[in-house]
Ligand binder design. Structure first.
Ligand SMILES: [Mn+2]
Length: 388
């Protein structure tokens, strides 16, 4: 079956030619693990072709319209017609034909990092381990990519748990992937670890098994399967791709993209891992303290946490077997994240926000909005009217 042009518009070679023909390239990427990783991979390839670069993170997808960039990574597919002259690498579903010269948009790809990997290869930089980080951040690492990393001795596949467990109770209490009944509950996590940890021998195995069972209690078998079979990356101190992804994600979401680049370029983890801990414990406690109500068509989650999309990720994966249509609002900051497979999130977010003098937009299956801090209820009502 031939794919629609808007689904798959892969012009990898043309993108590589276009970017490497310049002296300097302004790169912009979505402020999450995949967006920053795909951007960093592209920057590595540019650098090795003597092209200098600057990087800007785009914290909300619709902001790409006000960022001056030559290439957008992991963002832009919804705005192809308005990003005249820029290159777009994206795996989100686009809205119609674009007028940009060359682009590589493939909504069948699990991550933009996979597309950036192909572009980088055209530029003679072959780093499947970096691409695996972005892939792990968005969905799962495709076999072909894992195999490429193993073939080049950049990675090995271990059967260990992907959750980082230097200090198990803390790791469990902070964990948002998986989010379990112990997330946000340090004392209960401590008790859990102590109960498993009885005998000194083979602690790791017993704990790994216990954590897997714990995650299984949440009922997401596919997600539990993803917890084992870690791809351990040699250039990142043997950390698993999902551990590196979570660290990059935390730095990207908290505006510390320099730290995220330091992780990906040179494996510098010290400060970045502290950022990750603070970020994840904040999100875990926000979920713990959030209030959920059923509205027309979606589940509304009220928080006072600015990381609404991270809270939405936890709800869509881990709460009540995974909530399909979720709207998370930060009542203090006046922002919202929306996830749904059924409605066009980008349009409803844009329209509902505009109706309350705010701004919104994003991707088809996930979008965001910002509005006056006291306008939460008005925004939610406006959203409900448009949710069909
Ligand atoms: Mn992505």
């Amino acid at each position: 079956m031939e794919l629609e042009r808007s689904e798959r518009q892969l012009d990898v070679e043309a993108v590589a030619d276009e970017l490497s023909s310049r002296d300097h390239v302004k790169v912009a990427g979505q402020a999450d693990a995949d967006g920053v990783t795909s951007s960093a991979l592209l920057c590595m390839a540019l650098e090795s072709n003597d092209v200098s670069y600057t990087f800007t993170a785009v914290d909300e997808p619709d902001r790409c319209l006000s960022v001056d960039a030559d290439v957008f990574c992991d963002v832009g597919a919804s705005y192809l017609d308005r990003l005249d002259g820029s290159v777009v690498l994206d795996h989100h579903e686009g809205t119609g034909e674009g007028s940009t010269g060359v682009s590589a948009v493939d909504s069948t790809a699990g991550s933009t990092s996979e597309i950036a990997y192909e572009v980088a290869q055209e530029l003679d930089v072959d780093r499947p381990d970096v691409a695996a980080v972005g892939a792990a951040g968005d969905s799962s690492i495709p076999d072909w990519l894992a195999e490429a990393a193993v073939d080049q001795s950049l990675a090995r596949i271990s059967s260990e748990l992907k959750l980082y467990l230097d200090e198990p109770a803390e790791a469990l209490a902070h964990s948002i992937e998986p989010y379990t009944r112990l997330s946000g509950e340090y004392a209960a996590a401590r008790e859990f670890v102590d109960s498993v940890d009885g005998e000194p021998a083979s602690d790791d195995d017993r704990l790994a098994t216990a954590v897997t069972l714990l995650a299984a209690e949440e009922g997401r078998v596919d997600a539990v399967e993803e917890l084992t079979g870690a791809l351990e990356l040699r250039r990142y101190g043997g950390r698993s791709a999902s551990t590196v992804a979570a660290t990059v994600e935390a730095c990207a979401r908290t505006g510390k993209t320099g730290l995220a680049f330091a992780v990906l370029y040179s494996g510098e983890f010290d400060r970045a891992e502290r950022v990750r801990r603070a970020y994840e414990s904040g999100v875990a406690s926000a979920v713990e303290n959030s209030e959920m109500e059923h509205r027309g068509g979606f589940v509304l989650v009220r928080t006072s946490c600015q990381h609404t999309s991270a809270v939405a990720d936890v709800y869509s994966r881990w709460i009540d077997d995974g909530v399909d249509d979720v709207v998370v609002v930060d009542e203090e900051g006046g922002s919202a994240s929306i996830q749904s497979e059924d409605v066009d999130c980008a349009s409803v977010a844009e329209e509902a926000a505009e109706a309350v003098d705010g701004e919104g937009g994003g991707h088809r299956d996930r979008a965001g909005a910002s509005f006056a801090a006291d306008g939460t209820d008005e925004f939610v009502e406006s959203l409900e009217e448009r949710w069909t």
